[in-house]
Design a protein around this ligand. Structure first.
Ligand code: HEC
Length: 294
């Protein structure tokens, strides 16, 4: 697939937010906690069933932001260095998951910190959370003082998207997530995500990913192109030789179109959450870039 460097505009807008109108009708069931078996009554197009936290599952094949395949089974460990998208779904008696129409419910996610991207100005600081003994992750939002034409994703698209940057010093652990649901349904949900180590990268596969997806802008060996994008290989000062970068950051934050200090990347950098490359592909490309210094 050819790289797609042009920021798209058409599909950016999301459906109008109708939650205010629905909130007036919101005298429906109050369900506390993921383990509750209470069902909600359908209202305003909201499916019946038990609200649960669910995760989009088609990251390997396409658009993470628009997939409609989900699972609420969090028993498998999620490798650090990944980006996942969480939603509130409605579980049916046969175990299937239904999704509320756009705007019918409002979900505020908490647990991990929220990173607000920056424009890279010297006083903007570095919002990316430091790693520690337990897994590190964050939600991402756009700085409202940055012109929205520079955003890669809207805040609605980023809602529920979790960037898992590091497994923690012991190579794994859990991340506790909470969702506060309002609108047509009011409920609080929680989930505990098991995180495993950042997977090892394959330089062989990374060379293929790099030449097909990155070389046109960053140069054949990642050394950068004058008038194009910066060098990202292992030459001095570039990403792959910079100890403040890691495979976990490349696999997660770069797909969110920010750098390791939360700086919004130039819009020419493709919108990777919507393209069929996985975090593993990014980790592989980084592994190969670490072998290139020209
Ligand atoms: C259409 C052009 C384009 C393509 C394709 C592209 N990039 Fe970028 N990339 C950019 C631009 C523009 C920037 C912003 C930095 C700059 O001014 O060069 C950037 C920035 C980055 C940065 C941050 C650099 C830093 O110093 O902080 C990384 C890492 C990166 N790209 C990795 C990749 C990888 C990996 C691929 C392929 C999977 C890729 N890019 C494909 C244009 C592109």
């Amino acid at each position: 697939m050819a790289p797609q460097g042009v920021a798209r505009s058409g599909s950016r807008a999301r459906g109008a937010f109708v939650s205010l109108a629905l909130a007036a009708l919101a005298s429906v069931a109050l369900v506390i906690g993921c383990s509750s078996s209470s069902s909600t009554s359908p209202s305003g197009g909201i499916p019946s069933g038990t609200p649960v936290i669910a995760m989009a599952t088609v990251a390997a094949t396409g658009n993470l932001l628009e997939t409609n395949t989900y699972t609420s089974d969090f028993t498998s460990a999620i490798p650090a260095g990944n980006v996942i998208r969480l939603v509130v779904a409605f579980k049916q008696s046969d175990g299937s998951l239904d999704i509320a129409p756009a705007g019918a419910i409002k979900v505020a996610w908490s647990g991990p910190p929220v990173v607000v991207n920056t424009d890279g100005s010297p006083d903007a600081g570095d919002p990316i959370p430091a790693t520690g003994s337990t897994p590190t992750s964050f939600w991402l939002q756009n700085d409202p003082s940055i012109p929205s034409s520079l955003y890669h994703y809207s805040n609605d698209e980023l809602n529920g998207v979790l960037f898992i940057t590091d497994p923690g010093a012991s190579g794994g652990g859990t991340i506790d997530i909470a969702a506060s649901v309002t609108g047509g349904v009011t409920t609080q949900l929680t989930a505990s995500l098991t995180i495993s180590a950042v997977p090892a990268g394959s330089a062989t596969h990374g060379a293929q990913v790099y030449s097909a997806q990155c070389a046109v802008c960053h140069g054949p060996t990642g050394g950068g192109i004058d008038g194009g994008a910066v060098g990202i290989n292992a030459a001095a000062g570039n990403v792959a030789s910079d100890p403040t970068w890691s495979a976990g950051l490349v696999g997660s934050v770069v797909r969110g179109d920010i750098d390791n200090q939360g700086v919004l990347l130039d819009p020419a950098m493709p919108e990777w959450l919507e393209l069929p490359l996985t975090s593993q592909d990014f980790i592989d490309a980084y592994t190969w870039l670490q072998t290139q210094s020209q």
